[in-house]
Design a protein around this ligand. Structure first.
Ligand SMILES: [Fe+2]
Ligand SMILES: [Fe+2]
Length: 296
């Protein structure tokens, strides 16, 4: 039995004080949005409770699917590094960036400099997609984060990344591994177009052609399960998790994280999903338990 924990969108708070020279372009609207709304939603105390509960479950590996930062100030990346390191050793924590991490053009370099240990392959090589083998799992990290115009939260994989993902999934069929795809934007979403993954139709075609065993994502800040078309009539669960720092009582789900208990082999995997999140008194409770794959 291998236990994978998944949390997303911590949106670390408080925001470091920006210099005026840093508030240019997209950061201006993002800063106003943070001050008016988002800083009241993402609570570091809530995040600490979620992380403590997750650690108490002693997962074998932790996946974080983006949006550590808010407006990609340099200080958000150094603090993000401290937070990622607080979760566990880099070999036990895998991270893929979100749109708030790659918020402006210079942010990709900040992310690579500070978070590379959690978003590289088994040989320490950076770039997307990357592959990490952990126990029975093949963890495939994608990046949908691209700088966009103000007020846009779209994602984009691009032809190169999609072609390499296609080859990777195809190659991994030969190995007896449970293939988990980590991505920030959902492959299927009911969110407004300006918040969606714009080349999701191509991603869906890649999954339909080569399959995967599980897709995990964040971005929409709600619990989601969509069943994607896989090869030979099989279905692939795509599961989204709320922001790990969200207070209750907003239009999105309160903070939660998911655990996946995975066992078996390519001839018959089982994967149980357990969602744990904020309860009525602020404590963390089990919210849902569901057998995603298999029956045992
Ligand atoms: Fe987010
Ligand atoms: Fe996002």
């Amino acid at each position: 039995m291998f236990t994978l924990a998944h949390l997303s969108d911590p949106h670390l708070a408080p925001l470091p004080a920006p210099r005026w020279s840093q508030l240019v372009g997209k950061r201006i609207t993002g800063y106003i949005n943070w001050q008016r709304k988002r800083r009241f939603i993402h609570d570091p105390a809530v995040l600490a409770i979620i992380v403590a509960d997750m650690k108490s479950q002693a997962p074998d590996h932790i996946a974080v699917t983006g949006d550590i930062a808010n407006i990609a100030l340099p200080g958000e990346f150094t603090r993000g590094r401290d937070w990622l390191e607080s979760l566990g050793l880099a070999k036990n924590v895998t991270f893929v960036p979100g749109n708030h991490d790659i918020y402006v053009r210079e942010a990709a370099a900040y992310a690579t400099r500070q978070w590379d240990a959690q978003m590289c392959d088994d040989y320490g090589v950076s770039g997307f997609p990357f592959l990490r083998r952990r126990g029975p799992l093949a963890l495939i990290g994608l990046s949908t984060g691209v700088p966009t115009a103000p007020l846009l939260a779209t994602g984009w994989l691009g032809t190169k990344q999609l072609a390499e993902l296609s080859a990777m999934l195809n190659e991994l069929k030969k190995e007896n591994l449970f293939r988990v795809v980590l991505i920030h934007h959902p492959p299927v979403s009911e969110a407004a177009r300006h918040k969606q993954l714009l080349d999701a139709p191509v991603l869906l075609r890649v999954i339909a052609a080569h399959g995967a065993d599980l897709v995990i994502h964040g971005h929409d800040h709600v619990h989601m399960i969509n069943w994607l078309k896989g090869p030979n009539g099989r279905r692939v669960p795509a599961v989204g998790v709320p922001s790990a720092s969200a207070i209750p009582g907003t239009s999105k789900d309160a903070a939660a994280y998911n655990l996946y208990r995975i066992a078996g082999s390519a001839s018959g995997w089982s994967c149980e999903l357990i969602s744990r999140g904020s309860g009525p008194a602020g404590e963390v409770i089990e919210q849902k338990r569901l057998m995603l794959v298999g029956t045992t």
